[in-house]
Design a protein. Sequence first.
Length: 202
Amino acid sequence: MGSLISLVDDLGFRIELERPPQRIVSLVPSWAETVFGVGLGERMVGVTRYCVEPADGVAPIPKIGGTKNPDIRAIVDLRPDFVIANAEENRREDVERLRSHDIPVFTTYPRTIAGAAEDILKLGHALGCDAETVCPRKRRRPRRRHGDRGGHPPARTPAGPDGATGGRSQRRSPGTRRHPGTVPEPGDRIQPPPGQYAPNPC
C-alpha cells in the first residue's frame, strides 16, 4: 500500500486520501473549470448548475443544485471521493453534512493571490498532478499591477490551465492553527464570523 496523500485545506482540516480522487464533485464553478483545465475533467461526477465552463465538458455531468442549496442526498448517491468547496460560496452546514458521510471536502478560502496559487498547488497534489501542470512557475508570483490593492482577496479563486469512502479521514491537523468557521469544539460559538461561509439562501 502506497503512502497517503495528505493536505490541509484553508480552514485547517487535514484530508488524507489513499489515492488521487477519481470521483470529484465541485461546488464551485471556478474549481470545476480548474479540474478540466488540468485535463482531469473525466473524473468529475457532479457540478452545480452554475458550473458552466467549459460548456462542452460540464454539459453531460449531473447537476447537484446550486452553490447555496446543493442536494446533499444527490451528492452522496454519486459516491464522490473528493468534494471541492469554498467558504464564501458554500454554506457551512452543507460542508459539514458531506463530512458526516465520510466524504473528504477540500474547502478553499484564499485571501491573497499567493493564497489562491497555493490552493491550486494543493489541489494538484491531491489529484496527482505535478506543480508545473497546475500552476506554471511563471504564474505563481504574478507582479502587482498598477491599482492593485494588497491584502484584499480575489473575487473568485482563479482557474488553472485546463463505492465506499473507507480508509480516508478528514480532521483538523493538531499542528495547524484553528481558523474560524471550522467544526466547533465544546464551548465554541456555532455562528461563524462574518465573511466566512456563505449565508443561508433566502
